[in-house]
Ligand binder design. Structure first.
Ligand SMILES: [Zn+2]
Ligand SMILES: [Zn+2]
Length: 881
C-alpha cells in the first residue's frame, strides 16, 4: 500500500529540482509576451516575519499564474541594503552610535550585518516555494545600483529639478538626520499644557499663555490672538515680555489662532511645529535654532544650553514656578510626529539640505496615477490624498552613512557645486577626487559632500534599474513599463509615490501597468504585530510544523488589500487539503494509467456535465487571478475539486472507472484532474508537482507542472449541466437517505423509482444512477399512483402533559390503541373522539397528535424523497427489516 502525501519529503525535493531545472530563469531571447514584476527589494534589516512571508507569497501567485498563462515572467530576487533600518540595528547590536567609529568602518559593519540576513532570507524564500529568478538578482547597495541612483540624480540636477536649500525640515535628533514627511509617523501622546504668565509692557497687566513646549521660550518672537476674540484683541499692537528671557514680543491678530485652545493666546516660536513654521514664513520671522541636530538646547537657551529637550523643559518649568509665573498645568492628548525608524519625537530644524522639486508636479503625478491600474482600486485614493496634502518638496539628503553618496563637491569658499561626471559614477566624494581640482568660479578648494541620499532615492528607481535603463535599450523596451508593482499599503506614500514621481521626471512614462497592494497580517487577536508589543510571529516554527504549501494556503485565504488576523487553523486546513489533493490525483492517475488518452465522442451526460462545470471553473479562476483576487481563485478551485469533482463526479463515474472499454471516463478524469492541479499549482506548488510527477505526467509531458500549458477545456454545454445537476442531486439525496437510515453508502437497495414529468429525459443516464446507488432496478415514470395510508397516531407529549396534567397517562394509553380503522371512524373535522380507560369520552384537537402515514406504490410501502420537480421512491427500510 502506498502511504499518503508526505510534505516533509516532497517539499525539499521539488525545491531542489526546480533550482536544478532552472525553471524560473527569464529567457531574454524568447518571443513570448513579457510579464515583469518590480519585486519589492526586501529590507536586509532582519529575517522575514509572517507579514513578509504572506506578502511575497501573494506576489509569487501572480508570477506562477502568468508563467502558466504562457508569459515570459521576469521576477527578480532582490534585497534593499541601504539606510537607517540597517544602521539602527547595527547601532543596537554593537551598542554604539554611528559617529563613534570611523565612517568606512561603520559602513563595513552594516554591510556584514545585511549579508548575514540576506543568506537567511534567501533560504526562507526557498522553503516558501517562491519562484524568484536568482539570475536577475540585485542589491541596492551594489556599485551598479548606486551608480544608477547617482546618474539619475545628476540628470535631474542638470535639469534644475534638484536644489540645495536652507529650509526647515523634519529632523530626528536620535538618528541625527533629516526626514521626509512620509517618514514621520503621527500618534497620540500624553503631555502637559503649562499656563505661563507674560507681562504686558508699559502696564501692570499680565496675560496667561498656555504652551506644551516651554523650553522653546528662547525662540519666542511673536504672540497671536484671534481677530474676533473680543476679550483678547485689546492686546493687538501691544508688546509682551516673556518669562525667564524677558524678550520683547509683539502681539498680532491672526485668524489661524484657535480661541478655544488654552487661553486663546498663542506664543509663536521658531521652530516648534509646522504651524509655527507657517507663521514664521508669514510674518518673516528670523528662523532661530533653539535645538541643535542632536536634540540639545543651543546657546540661545542661555543657562539651559547643552541640555536635552526633556531635561530643559523640566528645568525651565522649575524656574518659572519658583518665580511664581506658572499658573497651572493640565494634561493634554497631543498628536506628535515621530521618526519612523526609532520612534523619537521629531523636531523642525533649519539645516542645509538637498531637495527634489515635487510639489510643482502634483498634477502630473495625479495624471500618471490614473494611468496605472490599481488592485484593489480603493488604494488609489490613499495615494491621491497624500499627493494633494503635500506642501513641501522632497528632502532627499540624509546625514547618515550607509547609503548612496550624493555625487557632488562643494567650493569651501563660495559654495559652488561641482557635480561628478556620469562616466565617473559610482563615486564616493568623501574618498574620491573631484573631476576638476579647483572651484571653476573662484578657484577655491573643493570639499566632497558627506550627505547621502534618502534610501527612497535608491528604491524609487527599481523599475528603471531592473529594466536596464540607460544600459540596454533593447531590454528596456522589452521590460518597461513593468507589468506589476506589488507592495504593502504602508509604503504607498513612500515607495509608490516616490517611484511615480521619479519615473515621471526621468522617463515621462508610467513605471508599471498594474499595482497590487496587499495588507498586513495581524496577531491572532487582531492587533498589529510590533516588536515592542512582543507579539511578532516568526513564520519558521509554522513552516516546520505544517510545511510551505500550508503557509501558502493561509496566504491564499487572505483577501487583497485587507489586514488579516493570523489563523493557525488555516494552516491545518491547508495541510489537510494537500493530502486530499494528492489522494484524488492518485486515484485519477490510477484510472488513467500511463498511456496517452485521446479525446472521445462517447461522453456520457455526467462527463459532459463536469467538463462544462470545469469550463466555468477555468473561466472564473482566470477572472480572479487577472484581478489579483487570489483568495477567490483558490477557494473556487478548492470547492470544485472537493465538492464537485471528488464528492460527485468521481462517485458517479466509479462504476465505469476500471472498465478498459470506456475511454470517456479516462478522458474526463485526466482532463479535469490535470487542469485543476495546474491551477492549484499557483498556490500549492509542492503537492501539485509531486502529484503531477507521480501520477499524471504521462498525459501532459511538461518537465514540470510549473511551466506546463494552461488547462485545456471543452466548450460549455448548458444542457448537460442542467441534466448533470439533476443526476447529482438525485444521487446525493439518496446517499443522504442511506446514511440517515444507517445503511453504508455502498449497500445495495432493491429499487429506485424516479417519478416526474421530465423523468424520462434521464433515460440515457439510468445506468449511472442505478450503478452508483447500487440499486437492483431503476424505473423512470411520468406519474405514479401513490396511495397514502394512515399507520397510527403519535402523541405530542409537550402539548398533552400541560393540558391534561394528572389525566395525561390515561390519554396516552388510549391513543396507543387507535388502529387505522378506528381512526377513520372517530376522526372528524380535525378532532378525534377518544374513549379513556374509565369509559369517559373526550375530544382531542389535532394540536395533541401527529397522524403517521405511509406511502404505497404498486402495492409496496415506499419512502419518498422530493428532489426538485421529481419524486424519488425507495424501499422503506423499517418495513423490510
Ligand atoms: Zn530616528
Ligand atoms: Zn568657489
Amino acid at each position: 500500500m502506498i502511504a499518503g502525501y508526505d510534505w516533509r519529503k516532497s517539499e525539499p525535493r521539488w525545491q531542489k529540482k526546480w533550482k536544478e531545472w532552472q525553471l524560473f530563469i527569464f529567457n531574454t531571447r524568447s518571443q513570448k509576451p513579457v510579464y515583469s514584476i518590480d519585486t519589492p527589494p526586501r529590507y536586509a534589516s532582519g529575517a522575514l516575519h509572517l507579514g513578509h512571508a504572506y506578502g511575497y507569497t501573494v506576489i509569487d501567485f501572480a508570477a506562477r499564474y502568468r508563467r502558466l498563462r504562457g508569459y515570459n515572467v521576469f521576477f527578480p530576487l532582490c534585497f534593499d541594503v541601504n539606510g537607517t533600518p540597517v544602521e539602527v540595528k547595527v547601532e543596537k547590536e554593537f551598542g554604539i552610535k554611528a559617529s563613534d567609529v570611523p565612517r568606512q568602518e561603520f559602513i563595513r559593519m552594516c554591510s556584514e550585518f545585511a549579508e548575514k540576513n540576506i543568506a537567511e532570507m534567501k533560504h526562507q524564500f526557498e522553503i516558501l516555494g517562491e519562484s524568484m529568478d536568482p539570475s536577475i538578482y540585485y542589491q541596492t547597495d551594489s556599485k551598479e545600483y548606486r551608480k544608477l541612483t547617482q546618474i539619475s540624480f545628476l540628470k535631474m540636477l542638470n535639469r534644475s529639478l534638484v536644489y540645495k536649500g536652507n529650509f526647515p525640515v523634519n529632523w530626528c535628533p536620535r538618528c541625527e538626520t533629516a526626514l521626509a514627511d512620509a517618514e514621520v509617523v503621527y500618534g497620540a501622546r500624553e503631555t502637559t499644557l503649562n499656563y505661563l504668565i507674560f507681562n504686558v509692557e508699559g502696564s501692570e497687566k499680565t496675560v496667561t499663555i498656555a504652551t506644551t513646549r516651554p523650553e522653546l521660550l528662547c525662540t519666542c518672537q511673536l504672540v497671536a490672538v484671534h481677530p474676533d476674540d473680543n476679550e483678547k484683541n485689546w492686546l493687538v499692537g501691544k508688546t509682551l515680555r516673556t518669562p525667564i528671557y524677558d524678550r520683547r514680543v509683539p502681539v498680532v491678530a491672526d485668524p489661524k489662532v484657535d480661541p478655544s485652545f488654552g487661553t486663546g493666546i498663542v506664543m509663536i516660536c521658531t521652530i516648534g511645529d509646522k504651524d509655527d513654521l507657517d507663521w514664521a514664513m508669514k510674518y518673516g520671522l528670523i528662523l532661530e535654532k533653539g535645538i541643535d541636530e542632536r536634540g540639545r538646547m543651543t546657546e540661545l537657551a542661555g543657562k539651559y544650553e547643552g541640555l536635552g529637550t526633556q531635561e530643559a523643559k523640566e528645568a525651565i518649568l522649575r524656574d518659572i514656578k519658583e518665580r511664581g509665573l506658572l499658573v497651572k498645568q493640565e494634561s493634554l492628548q497631543q498628536n506628535v510626529g515621530r521618526c519612523w525608524r526609532c520612534e523619537t519625537p521629531i523636531e523642525f530644524l533649519q539645516v542645509l539640505q538637498w531637495f527634489l522639486r515635487t510639489t510643482e508636479f502634483k498634477g502630473d503625478v495625479l495624471q500618471m496615477v490614473d494611468m496605472i491600474q490599481w488592485f484593489p482600486e480603493f488604494m488609489k485614493v490613499r495615494l491621491r490624498d497624500w499627493v494633494n496634502s503635500l506642501a513641501w518638496d522632497w528632502v532627499i539628503s540624509r546625514q547618515r552613512y550607509f547609503a548612496t553618496p550624493i555625487p557632488v563637491w562643494e567650493c569651501e569658499k563660495c559654495g559652488e557645486i561641482v557635480p561628478a561626471r556620469e562616466k565617473d559614477c559610482y563615486v564616493d566624494p568623501t574618498i574620491d577626487k573631484p573631476p576638476i581640482k579647483k572651484c571653476p568660479k573662484c578657484g577655491g578648494p573643493l570639499r566632497g559632500e558627506t550627505d547621502v541620499f534618502d534610501t527612497w532615492m535608491d528604491s524609487s528607481i527599481s523599475p528603471l534599474y531592473i529594466s536596464y535603463w540607460l544600459r540596454n535599450e533593447r531590454m528596456f523596451k522589452k521590460l518597461y513599463p513593468n507589468s506589476l508593482r506589488p507592495q504593502s499599503h504602508d509604503i504607498i506614500r513612500t515607495w509608490a509615490y516616490y517611484t511615480i514621481v521619479r519615473e515621471l521626471l526621468l522617463t515621462n512614462e508610467r513605471p508599471w501597468e498594474h499595482i497590487m497592494i496587499h495588507g498586513f497580517i495581524l496577531a491572532p487577536d487582531g492587533t498589529p504585530m510590533h516588536t515592542s508589543a512582543g507579539n511578532v510571529i516568526d513564520p519558521i516554527p509554522f513552516l516546520e510544523r505544517y510545511g510551505g504549501d500550508a503557509m501558502r494556503y493561509y496566504s491564499a485565504t487572505c483577501a487583497l488589500g485587507m489586514d488579516h488576523a493570523f489563523k493557525e487553523q488555516e494552516l491545518v486546513r491547508g495541510s489537510r487539503l494537500c493530502g486530499k489533493i494528492w489522494n484524488i490525483m492518485r486515484y485519477a492517475g490510477g484510472v488513467c494509467g500511463d498511456k496517452s488518452i485521446r479525446k472521445t465522442r462517447q461522453l456520457r451526460t455526467v462527463d459532459r456535465w463536469i467538463l462544462s462545470r470545469f469550463y466555468h471553473l477555468v473561466e472564473e479562476v482566470e477572472k480572479h487571478c487577472d484581478n489579483y483576487e487570489f483568495d477567490k481563485a483558490m477557494s473556487t478551485c478548492e470547492n470544485f475539486l472537493w465538492h464537485e469533482f471528488a464528492d460527485h463526479y468521481i462517485e458517479l463515474s466509479k462504476w465505469r472507472a476500471y472498465n478498459r472499454s470506456d475511454p470517456a471516463v479516462r478522458y474526463t478524469l485526466s482532463t479535469i484532474a490535470l487542469g485543476t492541479l495546474k491551477m492549484i499549482s499557483i498556490f500549492l506548488p509542492h503537492v501539485a508537482e509531486d502529484a503531477y510527477q507521480s501520477f499524471l505526467k504521462a498525459h501532459d509531458r511538461a518537465l514540470s507542472i510549473c511551466i506546463s500549458v494552461w488547462p485545456k477545456r471543452e466548450l460549455p454545454d448548458e444542457m448537460a449541466e442542467r441534466a448533470g445537476e439533476k443526476i447529482k442531486n438525485i444521487v446525493a439525496s439518496v446517499r443522504a437517505w442511506k446514511s440517515k437510515n444507517g445503511l453504508p453508502l455502498n449497500s445495495p437497495i432493491d429499487f429506485i423509482e424516479i417519478v416526474g414529468a421530465e423523468a424520462r429525459t434521464l433515460s440515457k443516464d439510468r445506468l449511472d444512477i442505478k450503478e452508483t446507488l447500487r440499486a437492483r432496478s431503476i424505473r423512470l415514470k411520468e406519474v405514479a399512483k401513490l396511495r397514502t395510508r394512515m399507520r397510527g397516531v403519535k402523541p405530542i407529549y409537550s402539548k398533552i402533559g400541560p393540558a391534561f396534567r394528572s389525566g395525561t397517562e390515561a390519554v396516552l394509553e388510549s391513543l396507543k390503541d387507535i388502529s387505522p380503522e378506528v381512526f377513520s371512524k372517530r376522526f372528524k373535522k380535525g378532532r378525534l373522539e377518544l374513549i379513556l380507560p374509565d369509559g369517559k369520552r373526550i375530544e382531542l384537537g389535532q394540536e395533541f397528535f401527529e397522524i403517521e402515514e405511509e406511502i404505497i406504490s404498486s402495492g409496496r410501502t415506499v419512502d419518498a424523497l422530493i428532489v426538485g420537480d421529481m419524486k424519488i421512491l425507495l424501499p422503506r427500510i423499517d418495513a423490510k427489516s
